[in-house]
Write a protein that binds this ligand. Structure first.
Ligand SMILES: [Zn+2]
Length: 355
């Protein structure tokens, strides 16, 4: 079968590799759609980060490069390994793409399996990937979805779950005013979840096209250019002068962090959902004097069922966030290149490995 394989920084190849089979406790999936993620771009430009190199293997799988890429995917069950009896061939599914150590408690009450030692992701650290025709995944990480949800939209459930986990971590609730700094894919999807929760969303974003997207997609009630509009003043206008209850940093840009600190009310919550490749220069005194709670959020933990429910119930429409569809052969030329060099209009580009 054909697969996109990560060899190294700037070296991804579309190759023929052996088809996987469903081992005991595993589910074989025909991949329908796989999204390209900012993390994939980082691996391509600056990696390997989560990916192994040719000499340094991934913890727990022991795999070295090349590995198959793709961790945001949907598909149809095409085979069941020994012992899997609660799914059927033909079921529509999405994958929670974790690689964890044996013995980590991944039960329904766990709140920290995503923080366990050596955590990695299917489609980055090894164990196959969604940028291939097929993948075999442990039953634990396969989530059935309603056939009513289109499979292209279902490929966005993984990044939506990242946003859902961040919103849960923030404690945001109906009636709150939330400010999001940065309207990239995660900022936009965070807006979609907040709106589904009944919050009012202000997006701060310098790109006009991205501001338009935030408004058109229903991810934001208000979208402003922070160079032209005082975001903190707008947040106070909407809250009887108090400021926003919650703010989400989704850009890893210093000035955005400062803007959000000003937009928050005393006792507000600042949620960091972006990946920072450098240290922040942070006004700690402001945090102390406003008693701000600053929290980080990474990936998800037991959040897929509730996120899937938001999509199945129609509370979130993922269609507006799909901005491109390509085949596997065009992954680099049309997919990566668009997202790296012309990313103002692109949100999520989907790859169909079986077309
Ligand atoms: Zn991702």
């Amino acid at each position: 079968m054909r697969a996109a394989r990560y060899y190294d920084n700037s070296d991804i190849r579309i190759e023929d590799i052996p088809e996987p089979t469903a081992g005991p406790g595993e589910v074989l999936i025909d991949v329908a759609y796989c999204g390209i993620c900012g993390t994939d771009l980082h691996e391509y430009l600056d990696g390997p980060i989560f990916c192994p190199s040719a000499t340094e293997p991934t913890s727990w799988t022991g795999e070295t490069a090349p590995v198959t890429l793709g961790h945001e995917f949907s598909g149809v069950v095409s085979g069941l390994g020994e012992g899997v009896d609660d799914l059927a061939v033909g079921d529509h599914v999405v994958v929670e793409p974790y690689i964890l150590a044996e013995g980590v408690d991944t039960g329904p009450d766990s709140v920290d399996y995503h923080l366990s030692d050596g955590m990695n992701f299917i489609g980055l650290g090894g164990a196959g990937g969604g940028l291939a025709e097929k993948i075999a995944v442990k039953r634990r990480w396969v989530h059935r979805i309603s056939p009513e949800v289109p499979l292209d939209q279902a490929a966005l459930i993984e990044p939506l779950t990242v946003a859902y986990h961040a919103v849960k971590r923030s404690g945001a609730k109906a009636g709150d005013v939330a400010v999001i700094g940065g309207a990239g894919p995660i900022g936009l999807l965070t807006g979609a979840v907040l709106k589904a929760f009944g919050a009012t969303v202000i997006v701060s974003e310098i790109s006009e096209l991205r501001r338009q997207k935030a408004l058109e997609s229903g991810a934001a009630d208000h979208a402003f250019d922070p160079r032209e509009t005082d975001i903190a003043a707008k947040a106070r206008e909407l809250t009887d002068g108090k400021g926003a209850q919650v703010a989400f940093e989704a850009s890893s840009v210093q000035v955005v962090l400062d803007t959000l600190m000003d937009a928050l009310r005393p006792t507000g919550v600042l949620l960091i959902v972006s990946i920072w490749g450098h240290k922040a220069d942070f006004d700690m005194h402001k945090l102390v004097m406003k008693e701000i709670d600053m929290r980080g959020s990474i990936a998800y933990v037991n959040n897929h069922p509730e996120t899937i429910e938001l999509v199945e119930s129609g509370k979130i429409d993922l269609a507006p966030f799909i901005t491109g569809r390509i085949g596997l052969d065009d992954l680099i030329d049309e997919g990566f290149d668009t997202l790296i060099n012309r990313n103002e209009t692109a949100v999520k580009i989907l790859v169909s490995p079986n077309d």
